[in-house]
Design a protein around this ligand. Structure first.
Ligand SMILES: C[S@@+](CC[C@H](N)C(=O)[O-])C[C@H]1O[C@@H](n2cnc3c(N)ncnc32)[C@H](O)[C@@H]1O
Length: 274
């Protein structure tokens, strides 16, 4: 049984309301940040119990901040737990949070779960998640409930928006003019979809690059020979790299990458010989 679930089952503090399968997801994505001086922001305070659970789980160095529209929640502040009263649908609430706290290691959206609330919160707060941090949105099943502005494949729901993040993650490979890399492309290291939960692991993502190593067994294409040439060049094996480049060009004589690499390699070989 995970530490978080054990805490929940024996909850010594205020009321917590969570779906049971979320506990495994929390452990999987939050455990690396335990015991560290993190800032955790949770939208949706309710009775304050989940904030106490985070305080217990992450330890005394963590700063836990809860946001709720209900002014009664202000009284739930305690050492290590701060409360901000505000509407998550109002961009000014998020601006205030960013001005006061800067960046966050973990942002959890367990607020009102209406489409606009989830969208505005993601748009404003994903950029405020620190590199190495986590954005976690809960209760995405409301995207399927008409009474929550949802509906199956209905444009404008958070789940439809979340699907578009998959496209953005792959924008490096786009062949479409209006599909360009953006903040999500260069920082969403992992998009994890679970029932009703989306977790985004934020980290620096470089444009993807490929390589080939080893000895071809069958005749392969110009791309593989070019990649083998790149790997050989990387290891300082100029003659081998030239050989692979020539094999690539024998298959595709106009391959510009291979032509320019060959020119570079031949120049390096001449310098070495001279
Ligand atoms: C599901 S409860 C939060 C549960 C809590 N995190 C827990 O685990 O026990 C949802 C909370 O979101 C708050 N809420 C609803 N609409 C909101 C909004 N527009 N902005 C901020 N909080 C909102 C409600 O007042 C309520 O306390």
């Amino acid at each position: 049984m995970s530490d978080l679930f054990r805490y929940f089952e024996n909850n010594p503090g205020r009321l917590i309301h969570k779906w049971l399968h979320y506990f495994g997801i929390y452990e999987r994505h939050f455990s690396a940040l335990r015991g560290r001086p993190i800032q955790l922001l949770e939208y949706g305070v309710f009775n304050g119990g989940s904030l106490q659970m985070w305080k217990h789980y992450f330890g005394p160095q963590a700063r836990i901040i809860g946001v709720d529209i209900d002014p009664r929640c202000a009284q739930l502040a305690e050492p290590g737990i701060e409360i901000v009263i505000g509407d998550q649908e109002d961009r000014a609430t998020h601006m205030r949070l960013k001005e006061k706290y800067g960046e966050f290691d973990i942002v959890i959206d367990d607020g009102g779960h209406r489409m606009r609330q989830q969208l505005v919160t993601f748009q404003e707060m994903y950029p405020a998640v620190r590199t190495g941090g986590v954005y976690l949105a809960e209760d995405l099943h409301t995207s399927y409930f008409p009474e929550w502005d949802g509906g199956m494949r209905r444009p404008g729901t958070f789940i439809e928006y979340a699907k578009s993040l998959i496209d953005q993650m792959h924008a490096w490979h786009s062949r479409t003019a209006d599909h360009k890399p953006d903040l999500v492309t260069s920082t969403a290291y992992g998009l994890h979809f679970y029932d009703s939960v989306l977790v985004i692991e934020k980290n620096a993502v470089s444009p993807p690059s490929q390589a080939a190593t080893g000895i071809p067994v069958f005749e392969v294409g110009a791309l593989e020979y070019f990649l083998l040439a790149m790997s050989a060049q990387h290891k300082g094996q100029i003659d081998t790299a030239i050989n692979y480049c020539r094999r690539a060009l024998a298959i595709e004589p106009a391959a510009s990458d291979a032509l320019s690499l060959l020119a570079k390699l031949e120049a390096a070989q001449a310098t070495k010989a001279g």
